[in-house]
Design a protein around this ligand. Structure first.
Ligand SMILES: Cc1cc2nc3c(=O)[nH]c(=O)nc-3n(C[C@H](O)[C@H](O)[C@H](O)COP(=O)(O)O)c2cc1C
Length: 182
């Protein structure tokens, strides 16, 4: 596949089909993530592939967060559960914390590079992904379920992986508005 095509192929998938993608391709993608640049060779990224039982627990917590004090209609509940359960894989991405703010920021940049590598690797195999953040990725219970020590690591997102409809093209800024020769 033409390399430039991969950049265009990588799009955020919003709804995943309940279909499995080979574990091997996901592992290859994580290998690609591990090739990302990082200042001072900190390798600050960590990834965990969350199993079904833990995903169920996360989906319960997700429902709790989304419903607040009200009860949700059954179809809405089902939709929210599918959001956590349907994708083939759910990876939790975390960053090793550093006490120095400057290094922490650089480490986040490095983790972002790693996640982009992962998503591009998947796209090159026609596998979709979504980097997702929100209250669920910040919740204390998510740390507990995934066994991530919040004193040492920060969850920086869920990476949903699987098959799904590619969304319509989005309008991006024109080159001349983001690039100049000086
Ligand atoms: C740090 C980060 C967090 C994101 N969190 C979410 C999210 O919580 N929910 C979501 O729908 N998309 C999320 N996205 C995906 C963006 O919405 C998406 O990249 C953007 O709409 C552009 O679409 P594209 O990825 O198809 O190019 C996130 C992207 C990044 C880089």
């Amino acid at each position: 596949m033409d390399f430039n095509q991969v950049f265009e192929l990588r799009r955020t998938i919003n709804e995943f089909e309940n279909k499995k993608v080979p574990n091997e391709l996901v592992k290859n993608a994580i290998e690609a993530g591990n090739l990302a640049p990082c200042h001072r060779l900190t390798f600050p990224w960590r990834f965990k592939n969350i199993g079904q039982k833990k995903r169920k627990r996360i989906s319960k917590k997700y429902l709790e967060i989304k419903s607040g004090s009200k009860s949700l209609a059954k179809n809405i509940e089902q939709k929210l559960i599918c959001k956590i359960m349907n994708s083939s894989h759910l990876i939790v991405a975390s960053q090793i914390k550093h006490e120095e703010a400057k290094i922490d920021l650089e480490n986040y940049a490095a983790c972002s590079c790693a996640i982009q590598n992962i998503m591009l690797s998947l796209a090159s195999n026609n596998i979709g992904s979504k980097w997702s953040t929100g209250r669920i990725t910040e919740d204390r219970e998510t740390y507990e379920i995934t066994g991530i020590n919040s004193e040492k690591e920060k969850i920086i997102g869920f990476i949903f992986i699987g098959l799904g409809k590619i969304p319509p093209k989005i309008k991006r800024p024109k080159l001349e508005t983001i690039y100049s020769e000086i």
